[in-house]
Design a protein around this ligand. Structure first.
Ligand code: CMC
Length: 429
């Protein structure tokens, strides 16, 4: 039987090394044995953007990017989107198994009873400029939560950890909705514990003078499915931030604020906002070929297209495309849909996109749905952040309990100047 090892010959020294292969991977630290002399530091691997480096072992989410497969704890995303709901999926991600009825009821009860935020947080949020971007408000406010719950620092106490997990999942929609209301100059709406997780979020966003807000069931279900689809995605940029920051052992609010910051960027969660802006800029179907030409010339990227891992159609995008039609039956069709469909059709036939295996990703259609529901583009990434909180916390928990856990601290190849002497200001030309 073939050996599960890799033999490396160092041509500098003629020495041979045998390195174990475990799950299709070699341990980078094994390379350090490869030295030209006793005092040599040893070989390192260079992997900018960690394109080919597994940074952890995880039991949470599986992606097969070539076949367009996404599993949470082994369950296909399509089945979860059809049969489950966000809170059940959050439980699954965090605890590894679907809850029993009593576990589920307790979990929902606990989350529901942590949705209110301290009145001082409300005052704190009032201090933001009238037009503050809700993602900026969300990330700062989540970071500030650590000052309200100083016991959260006790991260190796399982009960303390459990409580913060519930608090974070519960309070994210409240903070998100308050950020929106602040920007709109509207009074904050307190959580309604009679409503579902998604229904209550809609209540806090859209309730006006009515005594009781009644979410439209189709919209409520669509939001819930969108939350499921965004709940986790293995070692993406923001999850990597959560694990990396979490590895220095701060409280989970601080680590989550870092993850939100990573999500904010246009190449990650910020893409959904950019897609909508792009569709508005294109404006009509006849302008698509010209736009594609500029993308191919390298002027800018087609937002909502391409993925580091998926080299086939993103399975989440397929589900979202279906929900879009269901939502539009209630809200009326988003006029930008025809542009999006035509853009997708043209791109998928174009050699540039075919050769690079660029397909629509999760962000391509989600913005159209959110816009039809009356959400401004600045809120799109905020909704992504609410949903991803469950995944971030599941990954943070797993990281903390990993016996191989250590503070994340990559190496570098130094290419700066050699040692040189300081020159006083008056002698510099
Ligand atoms: N439009 C045009 N060209 C693209 C695009 C795009 N959207 N994405 C990748 N390419 C090209 C890129 O120019 C490169 O071409 P070449 O080989 O000629 O230089 C090739 O495809 C490979 O791109 P890459 O930048 O090496 O790929 P990556 O894995 O580093 O980037 C990505 C992945 C998602 C950042 C990128 O596809 C992108 O910028 N997409 C647009 C932003 C977007 O939609 N992001 C959301 C991602 S999914 C949800 C999430 O993670 O939040």
């Amino acid at each position: 039987m073939a050996k599960e090892t890799l033999t490396i010959i160092d041509n500098r020294t003629g020495k041979t090394y045998e390195i174990p292969i475990e799950q299709g991977t070699i341990r980078a630290m094994e390379l350090r044995r490869i030295k030209v002399s006793e005092g040599d530091f040893g070989l390192m691997s260079y992997d900018p953007a960690l394109m080919n480096t597994a940074s952890c072992k995880s039991r949470i989410t599986f992606i097969d990017g070539d076949r367009g497969i996404l599993l949470y704890r082994g369950y296909p995303i399509e089945q979860l989107a059809e049969h489950s709901n966000y809170l059940e999926v959050a439980y699954l991600l965090i605890y590894g198994e679907l809850p029993t009825r009593s576990q589920y009821e307790k979990w929902c009860h606990d989350i529901t009873h942590h949705t209110i935020i301290h009145e001082n947080i409300k005052k704190f949020m009032d201090g933001f400029r009238y037009d503050a971007h809700p993602m900026g408000m969300l990330l700062s406010t989540v970071g500030a939560l650590s000052t309200f719950y100083p016991e959260a620092k006790d991260i190796f106490n399982p009960e303390v950890r459990e409580l913060q997990i519930r608090r974070l999942i519960a309070k994210m929609p409240t903070i998100a909705a308050f950020s929106y209301r602040h920007a709109m100059g509207l009074p904050y709406v307190y959580p309604d514990n009679d409503l579902s997780y998604a229904g209550n979020f809609l209540n806090m966003m859209f309730k006006m003078t009515e005594l009781k807000y009644k979410p439209n069931p189709a919209i409520e279900r669509a939001i819930d499915i969108l939350f499921i689809l965004h709940a986790d995605h293995e070692q993406n940029c923001s999850t990597n931030a959560m694990r990396s920051v979490g590895s220095s052992l701060p409280d989970p609010y601080s680590a989550t604020a870092a993850a939100i910051a990573a999500l904010y960027g246009p190449l990650h969660g910020g893409a959904n906002e950019e897609v909508l802006r792009m569709l508005m800029e294109i404006g009509s179907k006849d302008r698509i070929p010209e736009y594609i030409k500029r993308v191919k010339a390298g002027e800018f990227r087609l937002m909502g297209f391409g993925h580091r891992v998926y080299k086939a159609y993103d399975p989440r995008a397929k589900i979202i495309k279906k929900i879009a039609h269901e939502v539009f039956e209630v809200t009326g069709k988003n006029p930008l849909l025809d542009i999006a469909l035509e853009l997708e059709r043209i791109a998928l036939e174009d050699d540039y996109f075919v050769k690079r295996r660029l397909y629509p990703n999760v962000d391509f259609y989600s913005g159209l749905i959110y816009q039809s529901m009356g959400l401004p583009p600045s809120m799109f990434t905020v909704l992504f952040a609410i949903a991803r909180t469950a995944g971030w916390l599941a990954q943070w928990n797993e990281m903390l309990l990993d016996e191989e856990r250590k503070i994340v601290r990559p190496r570098q190849i130094y290419i700066g100047p050699e040692k040189r002497d300081f020159i006083p200001l008056e002698q510099r030309s």
